[in-house]
Design a protein around this ligand. Structure first.
Ligand code: CA2
Length: 145
């Protein structure tokens, strides 16, 4: 099983600011956690980050036929991007949405998630561990072929 983990804008700055919201671990620590969780679960993983909506859309499209599932934290694009929603719907791969913070408890503009409408599951407020939980969900998900 091969899983694509996608991260949206500014997540490369993890650990640099707002530790009260996003924790103190940096992006390299996130990559390391994802890779070690994947090894423990016996799945292949590729993790990417982009600040560009179109790049994220391209990567989602390219996942069709190349990956078995997607874990996505679209960051700010969560709340704005119909393009990411449409791409996730188009590829129809099982997808899990992850948010490091508990967006439910944050500003009103964060209360809508477009990407989440195409995801089987949303994990929020669990810090970087949320990514591990998302991988576990996809790795243990019964095949629905
Ligand atoms: O909680 C999450 O994971 C978010 O997807 C993070 C996004 C935010 O726009 C979403 O509403 C919730 C922001 C990621 C930016 O990360 C930063 C990292 C360091 C310093 C400032 C922002």
């Amino acid at each position: 099983m091969k899983i694509l983990v996608l991260n949206g804008p500014n997540l490369n700055l993890l650990g640099v600011r707002e530790p009260g919201i996003y924790g103190t671990e940096n992006y390299a620590a996130l990559v390391a956690r994802v890779k070690s969780a994947a090894a423990r679960l016996g799945v292949e993983v590729e993790i990417r980050q982009s600040n560009h909506e179109g790049t994220l859309v391209d990567w989602i499209q390219e996942a069709r036929g190349a990956f078995d599932g997607i874990v996505i934290n679209p960051a700010a694009y969560t709340h704005t991007s119909v393009a990411i929603l449409d791409a996730l719907k188009a590829v129809a791969l099982p997808a899990v949405e992850v948010h490091i913070s508990d967006v439910k408890e944050r500003e009103p503009f964060r209360q809508i998630s477009y990407a989440g409408m195409a995801c089987e599951k949303t994990i929020m407020g669990k810090g970087l561990k949320g990514y591990e939980e998302a991988l576990e969900y996809l790795a243990n998900r019964p095949c629905q072929a």
